[in-house]
Write a protein that binds this ligand. Structure first.
Ligand SMILES: NC(=O)c1ccc[n+]([C@@H]2O[C@H](COP(=O)([O-])OP(=O)(O)OC[C@H]3O[C@@H](n4cnc5c(N)ncnc54)[C@H](OP(=O)(O)O)[C@@H]3O)[C@@H](O)[C@H]2O)c1
Length: 297
C-alpha cells in the first residue's frame, strides 16, 4: 500500500521546522517542499522526505503532491524579491490547484491575523486572496491566522542586542503589537491537521501580550541582563525610503513600509480578534522565549 504523506510547504521555516517535529509524534510520513533540497537535507530522516520545488512551478507541485493526504501551506514571500503577490497569492493558488488535482483530503493554510482585502500591507491582502481561493476550492480546509511571531522578531532585536548591545528600532516603537510564539502556533497547526472538527473554520491565533518594540527591548534586557543602546529610524525617513526604494529594491521597500504600518496601525490583540468568529491564545510569553532561545541555549 502507498504511504500517505503530510506535505509541508514552508517546512524549512521558523514555524515549519517546529511543526514537522510535532507531526512526527503522530507516526505520519512528512514531505517538505523546499526550493533548496540540498539546504534542507538536515531535516531528512526515515520519516521526513525533502522534495525540491517552488510554489511558482506547478509541475514541481504535482510531483510533491504524490500520495499526500494533507497539505500545510506555511510559506510567505514577504522577504523575497518575488513578493507576496507571486508567493502568498499565486503560489498558494498553485498549491491549492495541485492539491485538488491530486485528491488531497485536507488543506491547512497559514494566513495572518488581520488579513483583509483593504489592508495597507500587500502581504495581508495577498493572504486574504489565498483564503478566498481555498474557501472556493471545494477542498476540505482549515485557515489559521496568527499574529507576529516572537521568534522572528527576536532574531532582529534580541540577536544584535546580545551580540553588540545595540538595537535599532524602526519608528517610535511605542505602538502595541500582539506577539505569539511560533511554537504555540505549531501546536495549533498540529491540532488542525489531526482534528477534523476544525475543518471549515478560520481561527485567529494571538499571544498572551501586546508589546511595543520599546517593551520588547525592555523584556530582552531583563531576561538577558544586557543593557541596550537603542537608536530609532524616524518615521518620515521610513516613509520616504519605502517609496524611493520601490524600483531599486522592492523587497526592502516592502519591509520598510511594513515597519511604517507596524508603527502606526492597531496591531493589538483586540484588533487581531475584532469581528473574528473564532480565536485562540497561546500561553508562551516573550520572556519565556528570550530565556529559551537567548539565555539557556
Ligand atoms: N513570521 C511571522 O511573524 C508570521 C506572522 C503571521 C503569520 N505568518 C505565516 O506563518 C507561515 C510561516 O512563516 P515563517 O515566518 O515561519 O516563515 P519563514 O521562516 O520566513 O520561512 C518561509 C518559508 O517559505 C518557503 N517559501 C518561500 N518562497 C517559496 C517558494 N517560492 N516555493 C516554496 N516555498 C517557499 C521557504 O522555503 P525554502 O526557502 O526552503 O524554499 C520557507 O520554508 C507563513 O505562512 C507566514 O505568512 C508568519
Amino acid at each position: 500500500m502507498a504511504k500517505e504523506y503530510v506535505l509541508v510547504a514552508g517546512g524549512t521555516g521558523t514555524l515549519g521546522t517546529q511543526l514537522i517535529q510535532r507531526l512526527l509524534t503522530h507516526g505520519v510520513q512528512v514531505r517538505v517542499l523546499s526550493r533548496n533540497a540540498a539546504g534542507a537535507q538536515r531535516l531528512e530522516t526515515p520519516q521526513v522526505e525533502v522534495v525540491e520545488g517552488d510554489v511558482r512551478d506547478p509541475a514541481s507541485l504535482r510531483r510533491a503532491m504524490r500520495d499526500a493526504m494533507t497539505v500545510v501551506s506555511a510559506i510567505h514571500g514577504f522577504l523575497d524579491k518575488q513578493g507576496p503577490r507571486a508567493i502568498d497569492r499565486d503560489g498558494n493558488r498553485n498549491l491549492i490547484a495541485a492539491a485538488r488535482g491530486a485528491g488531497v483530503q485536507h488543506f491547512v493554510l497559514v494566513s495572518i491575523a488581520g488579513a483583509a482585502a483593504d489592508h495597507p500591507m500587500e502581504l495581508f491582502r495577498m493572504k486574504y486572496a489565498a483564503e478566498r481561493e481555498l474557501r472556493a476550492s471545494g477542498l476540505a480546509w482549515t485557515i489559521l491566522r496568527p499574529t507576529a511571531y516572537m521568534e522572528t522578531w527576536l532574531r532582529l532585536i534580541a540577536a544584535p542586542l546580545v551580540q553588540s548591545g545595540r538595537v535599532r528600532i524602526f519608528g517610535g516603537g511605542r505602538n502595541p503589537i500582539n506577539f505569539v510564539s511560533a511554537h504555540d502556533v505549531a501546536s495549533l497547526v498540529e491540532a488542525a491537521v489531526f482534528n477534523p472538527a476544525r475543518q471549515g473554520s478560520a481561527i485567529d491565533i494571538a499571544g498572551p501580550e501586546d508589546l511595543s518594540f520599546v517593551d520588547v527591548v525592555r523584556v530582552i534586557e531583563q531576561a538577558t541582563g544586557r543593557k541596550a543602546t537603542t537608536s530609532h529610524v524616524p518615521l518620515p525617513l521610513m516613509r520616504a525610503m519605502s517609496v524611493a526604494m520601490r524600483l531599486l529594491n522592492p523587497a526592502l521597500a516592502r519591509q520598510v513600509q511594513g515597519g511604517v504600518v507596524m508603527d502606526t496601525t492597531d496591531m493589538s490583540f483586540a484588533a487581531a480578534v475584532r469581528g473574528s468568529p473564532s480565536w485562540t491564545r497561546g500561553a508562551t510569553t516573550l520572556h519565556d522565549v528570550v530565556v529559551r532561545d537567548y539565555v539557556r541555549s
